[in-house]
Design a protein around this ligand. Structure first.
Ligand code: CO
Length: 134
């Protein structure tokens, strides 16, 4: 069911500082910031030869990453995103196998304009999983 790793997402308290560190210190290609109000984050994409890293900063009053940053004030790995070819059949398979899908269970459009779902981290060893249909 799982395909490639689409991205790893890192929550950061200061997106400009994190972008500069990835661009200048690590020597990576970093996109311009993109606000995603419906997801409560501002994101930049770090483009790597084999995948992407997304740096996420809270956007708005009730950002889903605000609590994470309260617990991890200097930032930290927030989720990993795997590609799937059919997100609805993946969701149904997961639910049949006892996994919890966050939200109302319906895919939302993610940062890349594709449908995404998130899976409960307690079902997957403490790691928040995003599935993206490609
Ligand atoms: Co993501």
């Amino acid at each position: 069911m799982l395909g490639r790793v689409n991205h790893v997402a890192i929550a950061v308290p200061d997106l400009a500082a994190a972008s500069a560190a990835y661009r200048d210190t690590l020597g990576a290609s970093v996109s311009a910031p993109q606000g995603l109000p419906e997801h409560g984050v501002t994101v930049v994409f770090v483009e790597l030869p084999n995948t992407k890293v997304e740096l996420l900063e809270p956007l708005g009053a009730d950002s889903p990453i605000a609590a994470f940053l309260d617990k991890n004030p200097s930032g930290g790995m927030h989720h990993i995103c795997y590609e799937v070819s059919d997100i609805l059949s993946a969701r149904d398979h997961l639910i049949q196998n006892g996994a919890r899908v966050l939200g109302n269970g319906e895919p939302k459009i993610g940062a890349h304009g594709k449908p995404v779902l998130f899976l409960h981290p307690k079902d997957f060893f403490g790691t928040l999983i995003e599935l993206e249909q490609v």
